[in-house]
Each structure stands twice: as structure tokens, then as C-alpha cells.
Design a protein. Sequence first.
Length: 201
Amino acid sequence: MNVKRALISVYNKEGIVEFARKLSGWGVEIISTGNTAKLLEENGIPVNRVSEVTGFPEILGGRVKTLHPKIFGGILAKFGDSKHMKDLSDNNIKPIDMVVVNLYPFELVAKETRNEEKLIENIDIGGVALLRAAAKNYRDVIVISDPEDYDKVLKSLEECGDVILHQRRILALKAFYRTMKYDAEIHSVLSELFASNNFEE
């Protein structure tokens, strides 16, 4: 099994317990935060909370959870680069080779309200950053942004202990597409709310 550590932080929790249980059964260390960690723990799945990994608590009412070098360094390091691996070792950072994230439902909230405060609080920051970081480093990190991909990834891991490069690329493309659509929706809604130019060229 080439996956050793998986970071899981999802808003849509459909299928995540079964997915995480399978990973844990294969000896994969699960890192999680907030309600995702709570759900996994309640279902008997061992979890290392992000705050335990970073040594830093969640702050600002949960606005800052995963934005820390011990998380992003672990995701962005190229495993075949000796300098990167030395940086990790020197700073007591362990690699993270799977990231499972889906985002706060800004689009759904926007359909229900134009309350500025509610909209702003449903703009996901850490989740988008995690997806982009993992997708950038797709050769070393499997990024899953859609619950529909859980079974495909598990099947691949069960068959060969890894996810082949072509599938990693497709998963990375999906993550970039989802973050692009997410930001476009935020821009569209806030442009309407603020009665401002939309900056399209």
C-alpha cells in the first residue's frame, strides 16, 4: 500500500465513514479536523486531529484549521526530491499522500439567501487551498474532491496498492475544475451583491 497518510476534511459526509474505515483497515493514518474527525471517531475510526499534527489549535471559530506548514509542507513536497524530503525531516513534517476534501456549499447558500454575513462565512478557504495543493502535486498525492470517486480509488488501491498516474491526473483535473467553479460562483454572487463590475475581460 503506497498510501500512508490521508487528510480527510469534508462538508458532504456521504460515504466518508466507509471510505475512511477501509483506509484505516489497510493501515493508513487518518488526519482530520472538526466535524469530520468527530464523525469518524464516533464510528470507531482512529483519527489524528490536525491540531495534534500541527501543535496549533483551530482558531477564529474554525476559520483557520489546516493552514499550517506541517500540513501543506506534507502535501506539496515532491517525494523524489531529496531537498524536499530533507526539509520535511529537518522540520519534523511527515508526507501526506492523499487529500480528501469537498467544500462548504456556497452555491446552495447563495440560492437561499443574499445575506452578506452568511455568504461570507460559507466561503471555504482551507478546503480550496488543500485541493489546489494536492492537485498541484498529483504525482505524489491522490486528491479526491468528489464522493463519487471513493469507490474507484478504493478499487485501485485494493488491486495494486496505488492509483495509477492517469487516474491521478484525472482526479487533479477534477479538483482544479471544482475550485475554479467554486471561485466563479463566489465572484458572480458577490458581484451582484456589491453591485460592482465583474472584471471580465
